[in-house]
Design a protein around this ligand. Structure first.
Ligand SMILES: Cc1cc2nc3c(=O)[nH]c(=O)nc-3n(C[C@H](O)[C@H](O)[C@H](O)COP(=O)(O)OP(=O)(O)OC[C@H]3O[C@@H](n4cnc5c(N)ncnc54)[C@H](O)[C@@H]3O)c2cc1C
Ligand SMILES: *[C@@H]1O[C@H](CO)[C@@H](O)[C@H](O)[C@H]1NC(C)=O
Ligand SMILES: *[C@@H]1O[C@H](CO)[C@@H](O)[C@H](O)[C@H]1NC(C)=O
Ligand SMILES: *[C@@H]1O[C@H](CO)[C@@H](O)[C@H](O)[C@H]1NC(C)=O
Length: 497
């Protein structure tokens, strides 16, 4: 088929769309990518000689229904445990239960018994907050508002007999859980996450697993199956001119920063939502319909970064999978720090421990979201190292602890991403995700159909913010074109294709 298709962005969604189109016989497919590499937010790096992920980390819900799991299995990229039926059957509702170690800011280890009352209260209220989406209520409130008021209410009743010190320790624990949610949802504060849409996100069964040789090996495998030369690198797209009605010309013309122009019958746009928000007015000519613009504004796109820290020897227990850092001097429920310069690192909820130890040695991955995370990106690596060193010394009470190496991600200042991943903001509903994926021109128009299509993580109605969501959106838009051509070609009945 010789329809001319341009794909903007060579992340996993763009690659998936290209794959599907080529497989179905489209010969005129080109990917324009702003950077010099493919993979986008799938990016594997090195900490010394250790393989670490700068971007996506896990396959969330690795089981039969997950396309990333099926691809990774097909290419032989997973550890044997990840492939077992037992692993695929584990259903933890998206939150794996990790073995924790708790440390407090006064340098004391906390026990699980001390932590449980706060954890149970938080889990219960968080669970209640995901029920609003199906009920269709509370469109203006945020998850943060709801959690705060419910926890305040319950704490006043259930913890009325505990002493002041224990109370503020428990509030510190609650705040830690909020900061953790900020990382999971990729938001500055849970006050920005819409309560009415909180339950839209769906999980798949399977215990989250990683790629032992790095997530980018998946990209390498997929790229090796595409025709060579299909990607033009270092080619930022500046503007998608659509709805051209001049006779003898293609309906769409893609203009690059360097002035080069590509005409096309169809363009699949896969740029991240953060980029789209920032460049919306310049990227489309004519501009997107208003309902689409509003959905782009309502959906949230925040920052979650990692700070990898390597130590010569562990200061956590054998078998510990997550290190939780609790500030014990907090007497309010908050997930934002008052003073970025002085206390940005308070936003870091803790570290996950890279496993297995034989592969990684003693490497921790710290997680930090929000404006505090964006501020961290502006500091030098030495400054970040200095602050992290002070932090672990304080929480362990061991003044001799010194990291061997530190490496952090900087997704907010990446000009082609402008953050990490999307979440439904306040006022968001399922309709906004529908609007995100709607192709142009809108239904009912007399113009050429399917001129501009939209794929990428932020266009999936229930798997947004994930790699499998991104893959499915690439396939979805390719399928949209494939079925368009199979149903609009009168000589070939659809059933024969
Ligand atoms: C820190 C972090 C951790 C994550 N962890 C996980 C995880 O554990 N599991 C999981 O499933 N997901 C995770 N994700 C999310 C996952 O990485 C993304 O959802 C997914 O990779 C997005 O793919 P995409 O194709 O939609 O976008 P991208 O990968 O961002 O691809 C978009 C491409 O468009 C290019 N581009 C941008 N602007 C232009 C332009 N103007 N012209 C041309 N090209 C342009 C970009 O350079 C990029 O290559 C994580 C993300 C981050 C940042
Ligand atoms: C959340 O609540 C539902 C009922 O509303 C219940 O079935 C489910 O088990 C709860 N989950 C947790 C983790 O408490
Ligand atoms: C935020 O993360 C939780 C998992 O802890 C998930 O249940 C929820 O749907 C997510 N919400 C958004 C908006 O991503
Ligand atoms: C696109 O072109 C059609 C037909 O020429 C026209 O009716 C429509 O208004 C145009 N749409 C936009 C957004 O310019």
């Amino acid at each position: 088929m010789d329809a001319k298709i341009v794909i903007v962005g060579c992340g996993i969604s763009g690659i998936s769309a290209a794959h599907q189109l080529i497989k179905s016989g489209f010969q005129n497919v080109r990917i324009l990518e702003s950077t010099s590499r493919s993979g986008g937010r799938i990016k594997t790096g090195r900490l010394g000689d250790k393989v670490v992920e700068i971007g996506a980390n896990w396959i969330h819900g690795p089981s039969e229904g997950n396309p990333v799991f099926r691809l990774a299995r097909q290419y032989g990229l997973l550890d044997p445990e990840a492939l077992t039926p037992e692993n695929q059957a584990i259903d933890c509702g998206g939150t794996p239960v990790w073995v924790p170690n708790f440390f407090s800011s006064s340098g004391r280890r906390l026990t699980l018994e001390e932590y449980m009352p706060a954890q149970e209260m938080f889990d219960k209220v968080l669970n209640e907050s995901s029920e609003f989406a199906s009920k269709g209520g509370e469109p203006t409130a945020s998850v943060g508002d709801f959690l705060r008021s419910e926890i305040q209410k319950q704490a006043a009743e259930e913890w009325k007999d505990v002493d002041a010190k224990t109370r503020s320790l428990r509030l510190g624990m609650i705040n830690n859980m909020l900061k953790q949610q900020c990382c999971i949802n990729g938001t500055h504060s849970m006050d920005e996450v819409g309560l009415g849409a909180y339950g839209l996100y769906k999980t798949l069964p399977g215990l989250d697993c990683t790629f032992p040789r790095g997530y980018e090996v998946l990209i390498k495998n997929l790229m090796s199956e595409l025709p060579s030369g299909i990607v033009s690198y270092n080619r930022p797209v500046r503007c998608v001119h659509w709805n051209n009605t001049e006779r003898g010309e293609k309906p769409v013309m893609v203009e690059c920063d360097d002035g080069e122009k590509f005409s096309a019958d169809h363009v699949i746009v896969t740029v991240p939502l953060g980029y789209l928000k920032k460049h919306l007015s310049a990227l489309f000519c004519p501009p997107l319909p208003l309902h689409k613009q509003h959905s782009i504004q309502r959906l949230g796109f925040g920052t979650n970064n990692k700070i990898y820290v390597e130590f010569d020897s562990p200061w956590w227990d054998d078998g510990c999978e997550v290190i939780v850092l609790v500030w014990d001097d907090e007497d309010e429920i908050v997930d934002q720090v008052p003073d970025l310069q002085r206390s940005w690192l308070k936003k870091l909820f803790g570290f996950t421990v890279l496993k297995p130890t034989e592969r990684y040695g003693h490497v921790l991955c710290g997680w930090i979201a929000g404006h505090e995370s964006e501020y961290m990106e502006t500091l030098s690596e030495q400054e970040v190292t200095h602050c992290v060193t002070q932090l672990v010394r304080r929480f362990t009470g061991n003044p001799a602890l010194t990291p061997r190496r530190v490496l952090r991600s900087q997704w907010f200042h990446n000009p082609w991403t402008c953050g990490s991943y999307s979440f439904p903001g306040k006022l968001c509903s399922a309709q906004d995700l529908e609007n995100m994926m709607e192709p142009l021109p809108s239904k009912g128009s007399q113009a050429q159909p399917l001129q501009v299509l939209f794929a990428g993580e932020a266009t999936h109605h229930c798997y947004y913010s994930t790699v499998h969501g991104a893959v499915l959106t690439g396939w979805r838009e390719a399928d949209r074109l494939i079925s368009h051509y199979s149903s609009s070609s009168p000589s070939v009945p659809k059933s024969n294709l």
